[in-house]
Structures are given as C-alpha cells and as structure tokens.
Design a protein around this ligand. Sequence first.
Ligand SMILES: C[S@@+](CC[C@H](N)C(=O)[O-])C[C@H]1O[C@@H](n2cnc3c(N)ncnc32)[C@H](O)[C@@H]1O
Length: 238
Amino acid sequence: MTAVPSPNIWHWPEVYERENRAQDAAGAIWAALREAGDWSGADVVDIGCGDGFHLPMFAATARAVVGVEPHPPLVRRAEDRVVGLPNVRVVRAGAELVPLPDASADLVHARTAYFFGPGCEPGLTEAMRLLRPDGLLAIVDLDASRPPYGDWMRADLPFYDPPSVERFFERRGFTLRRVDTEWRFPDRASLAAVLGIEFSAPVAARALAVTEGLSLPVGYRVHTLRKPGGLLPPGRHR
Ligand SMILES: C[S@@+](CC[C@H](N)C(=O)[O-])C[C@H]1O[C@@H](n2cnc3c(N)ncnc32)[C@H](O)[C@@H]1O
C-alpha cells in the first residue's frame, strides 16, 4: 500500500479535528451525497477515512460501515472514535487493495483522500470491484477553481490544474456536482490554526488577513459514478 502523505491530519490531528468540525457547517455536502444516493440500510465503505470523522454520520442510518485507512496512528484514532458503534469497523489498507469481498458495498465514499486525479486509477478499479451492481462511488474533494480558498490552494500548488483533474473524472463517466459550503469556526484562533496546517506560512497569513469574522466560503467537487446494474432492461436478452 502506498500512503499519500497528508501532513495536515498526519501531523496535526487535533487541529484537523477542529477543521472537520468547522467544515460544511450547513451540511451541503451531506445533502448532495444523499441526493446522489441515500445509504439508509446500505453497506458503506469510507476510503481514506483518516481518524474516522465521517464514520458516525454514515453509521447513523447505514447497515454497516467500514473505514479504510493506511496510516496506523489514524487507524487507532478512528477505532477509538467508533467504540460503541457496533455497525462500524476500521481496516488498515490503502485504496488500491481493500481487504473486503467483491460486490460487498452499496456506497464507496472518499473525502479529500487519495482520489486526486491522475494516478488514482488503481483505487477506482478497486472501488468498482467492491461495489454491488448499481452501487455508487462518491469522491468529494476541494474545488481549487473556487475563490477564495481555491486561490490559496493554487498559490501553494502552482502546477495543480483543476480543469485537467475534472476532465480525468469526466472521461471515466463521473458526474460532477459543485457544492458551495461554509466553514464556520468558534473563534479566530481555530481559524488561524486550520489555515496554518493547510497552507504555507505566507499564504496562511494572507488568507487570515483577508478573512473577516469566523466563517469562510469553500467550494467542493462531488464526483459520482454508478456501477452498471446487473439486470438487462425488460425484453432485452443476451
Ligand atoms: C486529508 S485526509 C482526509 C481524511 C478523511 N477522509 C476526512 O475527511 O477527515 C486524507 C487521508 O487519506 C489517507 N490516505 C493516504 N494514502 C491513501 C491511500 N493510498 N489510500 C487511501 N487513503 C489514503 C491519509 O492517510 C489521510 O488519512
């Protein structure tokens, strides 16, 4: 397994926890995911689950949830988080090779993890193996084309090309939905700490200086792909 380094959550998990709590204050990403395919009573796999922040939300209505995470300290934190949730477990693995049976999931979800565009093909193949016919793969990532957050991202990643990443998913048949969210912080110290783990020092300082108050608009991309169904339409025969 090849873990893609995630300095934010690997080195500052407590600050990343504050970030996750601030993110998507109005639940816009959750609403977009539910519209794409509700997971009530379903089997859900969260790839690159980090320390499991999103597992309880899935577990509230899913039949079963598996968090998949390659970084051992985060596997332990995720396991601690889901103690007391009998329908959730966490496995140590990368997106490229997940120790779960073929056709065992209805929803495979990944948020800001591994599926960053070219290079994630092995994970896409693996996700399709895990899905049942008609199952849904949902990839959530930051939209670097949306100001102001996207401008800060591109300032630190000058070679990152949002249109080419979008084309990568589009060519593979994904539907793209852009979702506008609000990150809402309890205080300026939390906002500064989060900007400090996401950006280089000069970009974080600029971002803090131009952000008034306690909230920040942040755009996301939600790419979804449904695995083809197993049944032929009525009247059609092989
Ligand atoms: C930015 S974090 C996001 C964590 C979580 N999805 C969340 O939203 O809180 C990215 C995660 O992807 C994990 N990761 C790195 N390489 C991976 C791989 N090859 N397959 C799956 N996950 C990977 C990292 O260890 C990290 O936990």
